[in-house]
Design a protein around this ligand. Structure first.
Ligand code: NOJ
Ligand code: CA
Length: 539
């Protein structure tokens, strides 16, 4: 087998990137909301963890109707998170520590508080100020019905009617998400110009890249035809629909790639593209487009060896066919934390599987993203009281879906109640933190060699040191159906036991690390259920 990785490969091909959900990471001023300075103070945690970069979720000026993915001013920091100076100081400190910084960009929509939408609202129908968004006349005799039957990803219709300035009934505007997140019209050259300017604004401030929100959105099929809604698939949508994964988005990325490449260093972009299958995903990472695309097929795969094996194979053969690395991810701020997602209702099994999944992910070829708190083994918070829920999904679904707040609860840093060092003890964190999270805090796990935090640190250190890990190739080793074993050169083996019983690996191995205690003697290794191990194959 040929070893393709070289020490000179671009940083992002094997980078481990840590997602900071800014609002919930660390609060420096006691208002219960995470902020730039809080992140800055906690950078040593990220450096000690051993990640290469951080991705900051939106911190731009925003009414926070959708956790900041409703951007009112994309060129400034919302005062709740600090200032541009605080941002610059954070980037400078991160760079000093050898950590790169990528930021979110939200091109599918703006907030309704954005100056463009304010101008559109004040203009009557047909006015050029409306052409930056997607206004359409309604159906029905008086235009009282939405232009088509598209639904918001958060529930309810994807159209809202806006009265004309003279008070008469007006046109409808499209919003694939909340009604306060109007979709932009990417047929309008001004929109293109604006977004390349925004890219430059942050690149000039030294960011190392962008995570592109709803990267499969932006371009809509010009027919705006009705769709069969019962074929839609979940919150973010992956089915073949006229508003996602249209060919036109790739033109935008070709334009953006030129901007990124015009800056020194390897500035990157990663696509959040929930598309149908590896062969659609690879289109986003063609050489003249984006660098990475989250591999959500891996995130959504069941904890089942044959399924994972298939997904891993398809993922690798997909994007590597165009020369891109796979970008692995198991959790983010939009999905149930994987400790809970894979638990089958048993929290112990959930944590065991999460730890094993991490070793699996970090051993696979390519780059990986870690969502804040997964290094602590945090579970989803499933019992948040109704009256604290902030995700627009809760309201828009008519209180039938609780939304994503349960994976956005602030990080416990210290053991002391009530706020575990996230904010001042007398402050109210923006979401309440479970009383038992002191035991999961960074301080509690810090010097415990068996903690999840120690496992992440060990795995990330090995990943940096071991020549077989990161970018490159892998080869399956024959094993029982419910076990995954693969080899990477030189001399590395990863084995994951997804069966319900212990398994035996015969052979002479040195153990690098394992997700749970193992049995080890001269003739082999015993791996308990839901356990992963990294081995050095003896020469
Ligand atoms: C994906 C983001 O990750 C999610 O949090 C947000 O609600 C939607 N895009 C809309 O911007
Ligand atoms: Ca704060």
């Amino acid at each position: 087998m040929v070893q393709t990785s070289t020490p000179r490969a671009p940083w992002w091909r094997d980078a481990v990137i840590y997602q900071v959900y800014v609002r919930s990471f660390a609060d420096s001023n006691g208002d219960g909301i995470g902020d730039m300075t809080g992140i800055r103070q906690r950078l040593p945690h990220l450096q000690g963890l051993g990640v290469d970069a951080l991705w900051l979720t939106p911190f731009y000026v925003s009414p926070m109707a959708d956790g900041g993915y409703d951007v009112a001013d994309p060129r400034d920091v919302d005062p709740m998170f600090g200032s541009l100076d605080d941002f610059d100081a954070l980037v400078a400190d991160a760079h000093d520590l050898g950590l790169r910084v990528i930021v979110d960009i939200v091109p599918n929509h703006t907030s309704d508080q954005h100056v463009w939408f304010q101008a559109a609202a004040q203009a009557g129908h047909g006015h050029p100020n409306r052409d930056r968004y997607l206004f359409r006349p309604g159906r029905g005799a008086g235009g009282e019905l939405p232009p088509n039957n598209w639904e918001s990803r958060f529930g309810g219709p994807a159209w809202t009617r806006l009265p004309d300035p003279d008070g008469t009934d007006g046109e409808w505007y499209l919003h694939l998400f909340d009604s306060s997140q109007p979709d932009l019209n990417w047929e309008n050259p001004e929109v293109h110009q604006e977004y390349t300017d925004i890219l430059r604004f942050w690149l000039d401030r030294g960011v190392d890249g962008f995570r592109i929100d709803v990267a499969h959105g932006m371009v809509k099929h010009p027919d705006f035809a009705d769709i069969e809604t019962d074929e839609e698939t979940g919150l973010l949508g992956t089915g073949v629909v006229p508003y996602f994964d249209q060919d036109g988005v790739h033109e935008i990325y070709r334009e953006w790639r030129k901007v990124l490449d015009s800056y020194p260093g390897e500035r990157i972009a990663v696509a959040e593209a929930w598309v149908e299958g590896a062969d659609r995903l690879l289109r986003y990472v063609r050489p003249d487009e984006l660098h990475q695309a989250f591999n959500f097929d891996f995130l959504t795969a069941a904890w089942h060896a044959p399924i994972l094996r298939k997904v891993i194979d398809a993922s690798i053969s997909g994007v590597t066919s165009v020369g891109a690395p796979v970008t692995w991810v198991v959790s983010n701020h939009d999905v149930t934390r994987h400790v809970t997602r894979n638990s089958d209702g048993d929290p112990d099994a959930g944590l065991r599987r999460a730890r094993a999944a991490t070793l699996l992910m970090l051993a696979l070829p390519g780059s990986a993203y870690i969502y804040q708190g997964e290094e602590l083994g945090l579970p989803e918070v499933t019992d948040l009281p109704d009256d604290v829920l902030q995700d627009p999904v809760w309201e828009r679904s008519g209180h039938t879906q609780r939304g994503r707040d349960g994976c956005r609860v602030p990080i416990p840093w210290e053991t002391a109640r009530p706020n575990f060092g996230f904010t001042e003890p007398d402050a109210q964190p923006w979401l309440p933190m479970p009383a038992e999270w002191g035991a999961l805090s960074v301080a509690a796990q810090n010097s415990d060699p068996d903690s999840t935090l120690s496992l992440y640190r060990a795995a990330l250190r090995l990943r940096r040191e071991h020549h077989a890990l990161g970018d490159g190739e892998m080869e399956w080793v024959e094993s029982a159906d419910d076990v995954l074993v693969f080899r990477r050169e030189p001399g590395f083996v990863c084995a994951v036991n997804l069966s319900a019983v212990p398994i035996r690996l015969d052979g002479r191995y040195d153990v690098l690390t394992a997700s749970a205690p193992i049995g080890h003697d001269a003739s082999g290794i015993t791996l308990a259920a839901d356990t992963a191990i990294w081995l050095k194959a003896a020469s």
